[in-house]
Design a binder for this molecule. Structure first.
Ligand SMILES: Cc1ncc(C[n+]2csc(CCOP(=O)(O)OP(=O)(O)O)c2C)c(N)n1
Length: 203
């Protein structure tokens, strides 16, 4: 044992990523863009029901929020949501300071925290010690909250969609794998997304 303190006790229910993703997608009424991070967040986004405004990241950890930031800046009239796992986010923490500095009003981030790199064999992440919401607040993202349970998650999503962002919602989730797989075709994913955002015309 070492003396590193464990993450502060969070008064939060352990939820399920696919269930939360479905709840989130159901609440989208205005062609919001949703960026799924590598692996499970994008698999569950895919299975929750493909939308033309969904983008599915492949291969590189930690890019859901940076990509969502880029889309939010490029299309300020559209609300943009990034979905990321705790391991990926903790690998790419610098994006939080950039997002806090640029402060796009139309960006919501959702961190799915299972404390493990589930998809590569469930090795523990630093998320078992680190508190993502405390880190985000320290980066200047004052609208950062742990979801206490599913109803609270829905309330926080509604609030984020209605108010000026950026907002970050973190949810503790179980160790279940993602529920489906996106076709691993980056060109198709990009083209479909650009069509969905209205920046590419059909051939
Ligand atoms: C830079 C980089 N390092 C390692 C990997 C291998 N890898 C792919 S997904 C993943 C785990 C992702 O963990 P997390 O974001 O917590 O999501 P979870 O699998 O728990 O849903 C790892 C280690 C990678 N793709 N890129």
């Amino acid at each position: 044992m070492n003396n590193i303190p464990t993450a502060p006790t969070r008064n939060t229910k352990v939820m399920n990523r696919f269930d939360l993703t479905k709840r989130l997608v159901t609440r989208l009424k205005n062609e919001e863009a949703v960026i799924g991070g590598i692996g499970n967040t994008n698999f569950d986004l895919w299975t929750a029901g493909h939308r033309p405004q969904n983008f599915y990241m492949l291969g590189s950890m930690g890019l859901a929020f940076p990509i969502a930031l880029g889309v939010a800046l490029a299309q300020p009239q559209r609300h943009v949501i990034g979905l990321e796992g705790d391991g990926s986010l903790l690998m790419q923490l610098g994006c939080l300071t950039t997002i806090a500095t640029l402060a796009p009003k139309n960006l919501t981030m959702v961190a799915m925290d299972n404390g493990i790199y589930q998809i590569t064999g469930s090795q523990p992440t630093p998320g078992q010690r680190a508190d993502i919401i405390a880190i985000a607040a320290g980066c200047g993202l004052s609208n950062s909250t742990w979801a206490a349970d599913e109803e609270d998650f829905e309330r926080l999503v509604d609030q984020a969609l209605a108010a000026e962002g950026p907002a970050l919602i973190a949810a503790r989730i179980d160790d279940k794998p993602g529920t489906g797989t996106t076709r691993r075709d980056p060109v198709q994913i990009r083209e479909r997304f650009m069509l969905g955002l209205g920046v590419r015309q059909p051939l």
